[in-house]
Design a protein around this ligand. Structure first.
Ligand SMILES: O=P(O)(O)OC[C@H]1O[C@H](OP(=O)(O)OP(=O)(O)O)[C@H](O)[C@@H]1O
Ligand SMILES: O=c1cc[nH]c(=O)[nH]1
Ligand SMILES: [Mg+2]
Length: 219
């Protein structure tokens, strides 16, 4: 797997990352969602450099301008709930893409330290030979990304797979790497040290789904 950690020493991305982490600022849900969306735009822009391009002639009122445009058939798939604002950010740039949505949540069945991934809802177009962009802002243990990719398999074999995530833990990235083939790309904005005993990323930001949309009752 090609891992592209796009964080840089100095860039505007740092502002958005710092605001989603900051326990005072992150409480503003609209700003939290908008920051995830802005990060999705930046990650999508970086990913766009790895698409396939063809030269196109554009007619202006005064002449013709030649430019390379991406020709990939893109399917944006995001993992509910927290993936929704990330999806919006990607869709802002890849506005003609097809879209898929899949639900996955970590269900703590017996105790807070163990969970299973529940996939309940899946809406997906044909993936055969398409460019699949699978987005989830948090890559903690990596189990949600692996479970969702498995659930997408009956929809066809994509030509290429790009994973998009905002914050990942080293351990989960290792798990994902062992389940995706070596041609897969991971685009990520920050890689953190570790997971705590409940599988949360440390320092991370807390619960991305709750921060974006409010707390939910445990089922
Ligand atoms: O890498 P993992 O250990 O699988 O954890 C990451 C998952 O956790 C979050 O979802 P969550 O279960 O909190 O659901 P939510 O989006 O509905 O809050 C996040 O959006 C990922 O899907
Ligand atoms: O740190 C984490 C891990 C999983 N899901 C989140 O929202 N945050
Ligand atoms: Mg959550």
């Amino acid at each position: 797997m090609h891992i592209h950690n796009i964080s840089q020493h100095n860039s505007i991305l740092n502002t958005f990352i710092s605001e989603i982490r900051d326990s005072n600022i992150q409480k503003d849900r609209m700003r939290f969602r908008r920051n995830i969306e802005r990060i999705g735009e930046i990650l999508g822009y970086e990913m766009s450099k790895f698409l396939n391009y063809e030269p196109i002639n554009i007619k202006t009122p005064l002449g013709t301008s030649k430019i390379n445009l991406p020709k990939n058939d893109i399917v944006l798939c995001s993992v509910l709930r927290a993936g929704v604002p990330l999806h919006n950010g990607l869709l802002n740039y890849f506005d003609t893409a097809e879209n898929a949505f899949i639900s996955a949540y970590r269900h703590h069945k017996h105790n807070p330290e163990s969970f299973e991934i529940i996939v309940e809802y899946l809406a997906c177009p044909d993936l055969e030979n398409k460019t699949l962009v699978l987005a989830d802002p948090m890559l903690a243990t990596g189990q949600s990304l692996v479970a969702t990719f498995e659930a997408l398999k009956p929809f066809g074999k994509p030509k290429e797979v790009h994973l998009i995530s905002v914050i990942g833990a080293q351990e989960g990235i290792g798990f994902v790497e062992s389940h995706f083939d070596e041609k897969t790309h991971l685009w990520i904005a920050a890689i953190d040290e570790k997971l705590n005993e409940k599988g949360y990323i440390v320092p991370g930001l807390g619960d991305a789904g709750d921060l974006a949309f409010g707390e939910k009752l445990q089922q």
